[in-house]
Design a binder for this molecule. Structure first.
Ligand SMILES: [Zn+2]
Length: 341
């Protein structure tokens, strides 16, 4: 080859290589039994689903993950429902990194399960950002990177009203065989449900949705379709994670945002264990309660001690969407899974 041309190509190669290696990334930040899921698209846009607790620790950890991802701002913050472990860190975070648009269900005047709500929500109300309501079936329009797969972030619904996001409606067997749980009047039951699709890859986030409402998503027909990765609902608490929902989603990987004593419930972990499609369960924290048998293997747990460094779990979906790698960078764990379809 012509030598100067060859040198030029050699110099340009890192640029091309970078352009080709953009992945869709998801960071599950350890917010100690709250929720904070940071999505970074191949075009570099970001969606943060929930913002952990107040007190500085969680905002710091989310900010660190944003820095690791090279973000200069959070383009979209989605607040799935109005419990403090889901919106509590937002105001502090907004003082560290700008937030473009905030999506939520509309701030209620009162919350019967939280007598301090009117006071607690003040800071969140004051965050300077564009404000939009979560619409049933609405999408967050995201930029498509050159050479990347089609990307779709959709609100399946909130406040117990959902669209059909599967398009196929296969019926679910055994809908009358699992008993309901007591009626949940809290805002958990009104949680926002989201699906992220990147080419063939699908990710489900149902926030803190609880048992009886979870069932309506898959009974009598599965309105969600199947997914590759399931963010375990409600930190793995047993008020949530209806076995028919988990089985209908047929996930390969499950990621649980539990705390040292919160979540990782016996019934939920048993459901995950009994779901044949699941190859791996990841946890933000080791369950340090007496019932410590309900833990995944240590290699799949981001933080083993109560006094921890707040390690995050990261997932990178390949540019063609055909496989994804889940890692715990602080521990050197990394495993690649094939996308189903
Ligand atoms: Zn929660």
């Amino acid at each position: 080859m012509h030598k100067p041309l060859f040198t030029l190509l050699l110099l340009l190669f890192p640029l091309f290589a970078h352009a080709q290696t953009r992945t869709l990334d998801i960071y599950w930040v350890d917010v100690e039994g709250g929720a904070a899921t940071l999505i970074v698209t191949p075009a570099g846009e970001s969606i943060l689903i929930d913002s952990g607790n107040p007190g500085g620790r969680d905002a710091d950890r989310i900010y660190k993950a944003a820095q690791a991802a090279g973000l200069k701002r959070i383009d979209y913050l989605v607040t799935t429902h109005f419990h403090i472990d889901h919106y509590g860190g937002a105001a502090e975070l907004s003082r560290k990194i700008p937030i473009g648009t905030i999506y939520d269900k509309g701030i209620p005047q009162v919350l019967q399960e939280d007598p301090k709500f009117a006071e607690r929500i003040q800071e969140y109300r004051g965050i300077e950002a564009k404000r939009l309501m979560i619409g049933r079936g609405a999408e967050i329009k995201l930029k498509k990177a050159r050479g990347a797969q089609p990307l779709k972030f959709q609100f399946v619904g909130a406040d117990q009203q959902f669209i059909d996001a599967s398009g196929k409606d296969p019926s679910t067997a055994g809908c009358d065989q699992v008993p309901d749980k007591p009626l949940d009047r809290s805002d958990n039951a009104n949680s926002t449900v989201m699906l992220l699709q990147y080419g063939p890859f699908r990710f489900f986030n149902g926030a803190d949705l609880t048992w009886n409402v979870e069932k309506t998503l898959v009974c009598p027909v599965n309105r969600l379709g199947e997914v590759d990765v399931f963010q375990v609902n409600h930190h793995g608490l047993d008020q949530s994670n209806h076995p028919l929902l988990v089985q209908a989603l047929r996930p390969t990987v499950a990621v649980m945002g539990n705390g040292t004593t919160k979540g990782c419930g016996p019934q939920t972990t048993t459901t995950l264990k009994n779901t044949p499609s699941i190859q791996a369960v990841y946890q933000a924290h080791k369950n340090l309660r007496e019932d410590s048998q309900y833990n995944t293997a240590d290699a799949y747990i981001a933080n083993l001690e109560a006094d921890c460094d707040g390690n995050y779990i990261k997932m990178s979906v390949a540019p063609d969407g055909k496989n994804y790698t889940v890692s715990i960078p602080a521990k050197g764990h990394s495993q690649t899974y094939a996308t189903r379809k």
